[in-house]
Design a protein around this ligand. Structure first.
Ligand code: AMP
Ligand code: MG
Length: 490
């Protein structure tokens, strides 16, 4: 009904990985925002689900398959410390098979307590759920792999934080919710059969080109297809190297790169304290709890590597029956990460500067640009836009740099128009700027006025469209003495 075609392949995994649990009913659910294009792509009956039926379904009051909802178990290194976690406020409704045959998890976030809630209330507030909706959809429009947001439903049950807040539930859509932390959960249990089942599941769901031979699964670790698990590691490393380079290229700061917030699919997940950088500085941190700057903008690539090392560790028992050999195999793959990341990043920066070919001096030129931005507190996004518009920030050294860059663009066969069009495709005109996001959320939450949110989302839906005038969304924030702060798990 309503276009749902839900499967539950996750429950074929050993039962340590999940718990069957029903959402806790809420009072008077109402849809606040509904993502029509996404609903259509999922094959859902969009017109019907946008109304009160959708509110009942996406609040958890009437899940499409009532008896099959589950909360997933996982672990994770949070700020470097290992913890057993799990969906503390989320439930998997099922895996929707789209008309094109693709499989997506539909998950409610804020749907009530689960056995993994660790004392939390299992609930979410309207502001943060709308924030996830805005930023995840902006990431999608930017072309960055991400979980998406189908709906936000508001409830009449307040959630209690420092003050009572309006309660809400977000429907998150993801290629899967397999995390590095899911593997860490299996590994810490010391259950090789479960670990192998999880690895096989991840391969068949995300990397079906990796071949798993049947005999491997029957005969256990001595005869496992170690090659398949090595390839799994390689693929995850590649996807994360690519993903994190894309974050860096648009100034996205995830804010809480704990290993439970790193997916196996390579999608960005967990829009808690994330934010986009306005003024360029590698040490930019927005999250109120990240006091050491562990997850600062400039640290993200390194943290990505650290998290991947934790992932590789979990796979060691599957890579070879002799541990030292397995560790060496894993290490060889991990060693490729930094180079892979760097290649993606450099290529991306070249595109942002309209460069089609490669020159050994490019990296120095790019780093000099970043230093100029840092020294003169320039806006990261708009500096590239200024270069496209043939204007130039009026700061010491920039004119010289720009001349160097112009000479460099002439050292390639492409004409000026082609350079400009590559730059347009590679530099967003609009990003979800914090002051704009806050203004839209303020109107939505405090005045029940969704017009600013819809206007912002419309601008964010076509970030590479440089033709129309997207003011005020392209403007950096007005100067302020108070640094912008974001909060986790609220
Ligand atoms: P996060 O920082 O969002 O990755 O969350 C870390 C863990 O805390 C996850 O296991 C969440 O499910 C859990 N969590 C966050 N907020 C709540 C809440 N209000 N109630 C229960 N669990 C929560
Ligand atoms: Mg999380």
């Amino acid at each position: 009904m309503y276009g749902f075609d839900l499967k539950n392949s996750y429950t074929l995994l050993p039962d340590i990985f999940y718990t069957h649990i029903q959402p806790t009913p809420v009072s008077s659910p109402k849809i606040v925002v509904f993502n029509r294009p996404l609903s259509q792509a999922l094959g859902l009956n969009t017109d019907e689900l946008e109304g009160s039926i959708g509110a009942e379904i996406f609040s958890g009051n009437k899940p499409p398959e009532e008896l099959k909802t589950i909360a997933q178990a996982y672990a994770g290194h949070q700020f470097g410390y290992f913890t057993i976690l799990g969906d503390g406020r989320a439930l998997l409704l099922g895996e929707q098979i789209t008309p094109h045959g693709n499989r997506f998890d539909l998950q409610l976030k804020g749907s009530g307590p689960t056995p993994y809630s660790r004392g939390g209330d299992g609930r979410a507030a309207l502001g943060p759920m709308l924030r996830e909706y805005i930023i995840s959809e902006a990431m999608f429009a930017l072309g960055i792999p991400t979980t998406r947001s189908l709906a936000v439903v508001v409830t009449a049950d307040p959630v209690f934080r420092e003050t009572p807040l309006t309660g809400a539930i977000l429907t998150r859509v993801a290629a899967s919710h397999l995390r590095v932390g899911t593997f860490q959960f299996a590994a810490q249990k010391g259950d090789i059969t479960a670990l192998q089942a999880l690895a096989d599941y991840a391969i068949s769901r995300h990397f079906p080109h990796i071949e798993l031979s049947e005999s491997d699964r029957e005969h256990g670790i001595d005869t496992v297809n170690t090659q398949a698990y090595l390839m799994l590691l390689r693929e995850v490393i590649q996807r994360q190297a690519s993903l994190i380079s894309k974050w860096q290229l648009v100034g996205f700061i995830h804010g809480v790169m704990n290993t439970d917030n790193m997916t196996i699919s390579g999608e960005t997940i967990d829009y808690g304290p994330c934010a986009f950088m306005d003024t360029y500085h590698p040490q930019t941190v927005f999250s109120s709890i990240d006091r050491q700057g562990r997850y600062a903008y400039g640290n993200q690539p390194t943290i990505g590597g650290w998290n991947l090392s934790r992932f590789a560790e979990t796979l060691v028992p599957l890579l070879h029956s002799e541990q030292p050999i397995a560790i060496k195999m894993a290490q060889e793959e991990l060693n490729k990460y930094t180079g892979l990341y760097h290649q993606h990043w450099l290529q991306g920066m070249r595109s942002k500067l309209g460069l089609f070919n490669q020159d050994p001096e490019d990296e120095t030129m790019i780093k000099d640009l970043l230093h100029l931005m840092e020294d003169h507190q320039l806006d990261f996004t708009n500096t590239f836009i200024q270069l496209m518009n043939e204007t130039c920030p009026d700061v010491d050294g920039f004119h010289d740099w720009r001349q160097r860059w112009q000479q460099r663009t002439q050292k390639q066969p492409q004409l000026k128009g082609e350079v400009l069009s590559l730059m347009k495709q590679s530099n967003p005109a609009v990003i979800p700027r914090n002051h704009q996001v806050e203004a839209a959320l303020g109107s939505a939450v405090n005045q029940s006025d969704l017009a600013p949110l819809h206007a912002l989302m419309e601008a964010l839906a076509t970030p590479y469209d440089h033709s129309s005038n997207k003011e005020p969304y392209t403007a950096p924030p007005p100067p302020s003495n108070v640094p912008y702060r974001t909060y986790c798990g609220t």
